[in-house]
Design a protein around this ligand. Structure first.
Ligand code: SF4
Length: 503
């Protein structure tokens, strides 16, 4: 019988659903699908982007799918909806086999097995594990021999050792973008062109900031593998010529981890004369004139600069390995070369030092906002974003927060509140609700106005593309505020947004 595999990007119905869940196509499953298509051409491969279409439509499509194997990927914030999806699917179609994968699975290996009817899971980099598992499901074999696998055995979760990371990621096929309608995705609204897409120019990062959860890449060395410039150019050319893409966001971590590679890559993109605008993430070091000039010449117009805090002690504590002065200099260099800068900041940063749980209070968070404002005034950054530090599973901060019991038990009831909006799942001793709200409102105010006046916000795109989601969130918060004041229980869809603001 022909093997049919359906890749599912797990749905999400939490507080910020509708705001960004259809911004970009699901690169993770498109990459996996491309790999399976190449390695096992006889397998019939299909895609359900549950994140874009929502839980109900995703279930309708899954029930109608001829696939017998479902490979479901998710991160922490959509883990609970993934479990609900898996459980409903297995109940309606007990014959299907469900395989889970993604960063949440790798960070908390037993979670899916405890909370869902999942059959198998891949921990770590999944391409090769998945193909070997599909062979086993087709022809039999010993699962204990497949590296990177989790499965049920004798009432417990069996785990095989970590799979070594792929040595050469240039050999991977480009994501199977042909399996989705790229026009279904809005693209990011801070962009020159509406039709913008994203790529990954590498896997992993050489740094290890406390708040960052790049679990899959931090378990083994090398922590970072960068693609060859010509390989990146080939994918960009395909995106332009085959899909009509005019702008892209390189979401690799982070473009300037290696200044030499960044300069060479930007030069190769410029030499290819693709005519694409692009933006990317940047650390504050290393940033040089030569690198920034090459980036500008290749079409880079915006960098999202990781600054995180306006306090040097915090930057030292969270392992950012930069100084405030280096952040200012990096922004100045980009500006000098005509590249706009979004400053990325976090509030209520936390870390562990000499066995003690350390964190920024209201005063330190306000200092960060003051630092952000000074960079705006001096035109070092064009806009900023800020949000409270989130201890994502897999990161150093999560482990420390668990050791010090900083995350209340009820925060684990639904992973939906572990999004990256204004939620904070940590209860930091001594921080009052009033103080927390003051910082949050100040942050939202500065962020909003800096974005509006930065003139790099694509207004029509933002309103038509994201307006409905924003309306839902704002309206939902108001409804829940009213329900809370009147002593009623917040609604399921809107309640978690407000609930997440509580101490
Ligand atoms: S925050 Fe950026 S620099 Fe730090 S570990 Fe994560 S990707 Fe690397």
């Amino acid at each position: 019988m022909k093997q049919r595999v359906c890749f599912v990007n797990a749905p999400y119905d939490g507080p910020i659903a509708g705001i960004w869940n259809d911004v970009f196509p699901p690169l993770t499953i498109l990459s996996l699908a491309a790999y399976v298509r190449r390695e096992r051409p006889a397998i019939d491969v299909s895609i359900i982007d549950g994140l874009r279409i929502g839980p109900s439509k995703a279930m309708v499509e899954a029930l109608a799918s001829p696939a017998r194997i479902f490979a479901v990927t998710y991160v922490s914030f959509n883990a609970s909806t993934a479990y609900r999806f898996i459980n409903s699917l297995k109940k309606a179609r007990p014959e299907v086999i469900v395989i889970a994968g993604g960063t949440h699975v790798t960070s908390l290996e037993n979670d899916a097995f405890e909370k869902s009817a999942v059959d198998w899971a891949a921990h770590g980099e999944a391409e090769e594990t998945l193909v070997e598992l599909l062979d086993l499901l087709d022809g039999g074999g010993d699962p204990a021999k497949i590296l990177g696998l989790l499965y049920r055995e004798d009432g417990r979760v069996a785990r095989t050792p970590n799979r070594p990371l792929m040595e050469d990621i240039n050999t991977l096929p480009f994501p199977a973008r042909d399996m989705v309608n790229l026009r279904d995705y809005s693209g990011i609204y801070v962009a020159h062109h509406k039709h913008n897409q994203h790529i990954l120019s590498g896997r992993g990062c050489v740094n290890n900031c406390w708040f960052c959860a790049r679990t899959v890449w931090k378990r083994q060395k090398p922590w970072q593998r960068l693609r060859r410039p010509d390989n990146i150019v080939a994918e960009l050319r395909e995106m332009r010529d085959r899909y009509g893409v005019r702008e892209y966001f390189d979401m690799g971590d982070e473009f300037n981890s290696s200044e030499k590679w960044a300069t060479e890559t930007a030069t190769a993109i410029a030499d290819a004369n693709l005519g694409l605008d692009w933006q990317t993430f940047s650390r504050s070091t290393p940033v040089t004139d030569e690198m920034a000039a090459a980036m500008k010449a290749s079409g880079c117009w915006l960098v999202h600069l990781g600054i995180e805090s306006g306090n040097q002690a915090t930057l030292n504590g969270i392992g950012k390995n930069i100084t405030l002065e280096q952040a200012r200099q990096a922004a100045a260099i980009y500006q000098r070369h005509g590249i706009k800068v979004v400053g990325l900041f976090m509030l209520f940063n936390a870390w562990e030092q000499d066995g003690q749980f350390m964190y920024e209070g209201v005063k330190e968070s306000e200092q960060t906002l003051a630092f952000a404002r000074s960079m705006l005034k001096e035109k070092l950054v064009d806009s900023i974003t800020c949000s409270p530090a989130m201890p994502y599973p897999g990161g150093l901060l999560f482990d420390a927060a668990m050791r010090h019991s900083i995350i209340p038990k009820e925060k684990f009831d639904d992973w939906g509140i572990w999004d990256h909006a204004w939620n904070s799942v940590m209860t930091l001793p001594g921080i009052t609700m009033a103080g927390k709200w003051r910082v949050k409102l100040k942050g939202i105010w500065i962020q909003s106005w800096s974005l509006i006046f930065s003139r790099h916000l694509n207004f029509s795109h933002a309103i038509w593309g994201r307006g409905l989601g924003m309306f839902k969130m704002v309206f939902g918060s108001m409804v829940d505020g009213f329900l809370k004041i009147t002593g009623k229980k917040p609604s399921r869809h809107f309640g978690r947004y407000l609930a997440s603001f509580e101490d």
